[in-house]
Design a protein around this ligand. Structure first.
Ligand SMILES: [Zn+2]
Ligand SMILES: [Zn+2]
Length: 270
């Protein structure tokens, strides 16, 4: 197994000449070309995993230094077990031990293919737990394995913890809804289809972030309408970008703003 240095998604050997996820219009191949990494190589260079509690029942997992895109994975705990969301592109024994200390892992899932990380490697280290992949995005899977399970629509992981396919950034893009989060007011874990901005009070809806390509207003409104049926107050993106409270209204307002700009409502400001 090899790891793309740019996106940190694992891939079966022999790898293609260039990572398909990075060659896609949503990502990029760096100017100095494609590089592949190995887990052993990263470990020898002193790669580490760092766990940090975001709130009771939710632990963020990062790598230091960052590997690839450098997302924060989230470990969501319920009384039945946990979900590992948006797994990072590196895993070591200390991370596995820390994750299992919080209870059994029920499943691994990613918001979209940029966040696959070394998901199959995580699964193997955690005892072969299912790796849930959106059926609509199966073409982007770089490492096949018997632990892969395809899903679409919605998928319940445990009581009060459900995946919802929204599409948008990728056709199979998904969010995880955790009803007990934010003190029982509800949490959404999102990827790039619903992206909390640095101002902490607005959200973006983009096909590509590095290459600045927006989704249409209709798609932003569609996603907001779908998620408007869920109960939540807080949204965690996967780069420590958080809407701490009032996130449900922020999502609706941001979708309307996005659609307005896309439609030309604010062209007098340009
Ligand atoms: Zn890549
Ligand atoms: Zn993405």
């Amino acid at each position: 197994m090899l790891i793309c240095a740019t996106c940190a998604v694992e891939r079966d050997e022999p790898p293609p000449g260039v990572c398909p996820i990075c060659a896609d219009e949503r990502q990029y191949v760096p100017e100095d070309g494609q590089t592949w990494l190995t887990l052993d190589g990263l470990a020898q260079e002193g790669q580490q995993t760092v766990l940090k509690e975001n709130e009771p029942g939710l632990v963020g997992i990062t790598t230091e230094p960052k590997v690839g895109i450098g997302q924060t994975a989230q470990l969501v705990a319920t009384s039945e077990g946990s979900l590992l969301w948006d797994p990072v592109g590196y895993v070591d024994d200390s991370a596995v031990k820390a994750v299992l200390a919080r209870g059994p892992v029920l499943a691994i899932a990613a918001s979209h293919p940029h966040m696959f990380g070394v998901q199959v490697e995580w699964s193997h280290r955690l005892g072969g737990v299912p790796v849930l992949v959106a059926d609509a995005d199966r073409q982007w899977l770089g490492r096949n394995d018997p632990t892969i399970e395809y899903w679409s629509g919605s998928k319940t992981i445990a009581e009060g913890l459900t995946l919802h396919q929204t599409g948008g950034h990728f056709p199979g893009s998904a969010v995880a809804h955790w009803a007990a989060g934010a003190g029982g007011r509800g949490v959404l874990l999102t990827g790039d289809s619903v992206f909390p901005n640095p101002d902490r009070r607005t959200i973006s809806f983009m096909r590509s972030y590095p290459n600045r390509l927006p989704l249409s207003g209709a798609v932003a409104l569609r996603i907001a309408a779908q998620l408007g049926g869920l109960t939540f107050d807080r949204i965690y993106g996967n780069f420590n970008n958080v809407i701490g409270s009032g996130a449900k209204a922020v999502l609706q307002d941001s979708a309307r703003r996005h659609a307005g700009w896309a439609r030309g409502d604010f062209d007098h400001l340009t």
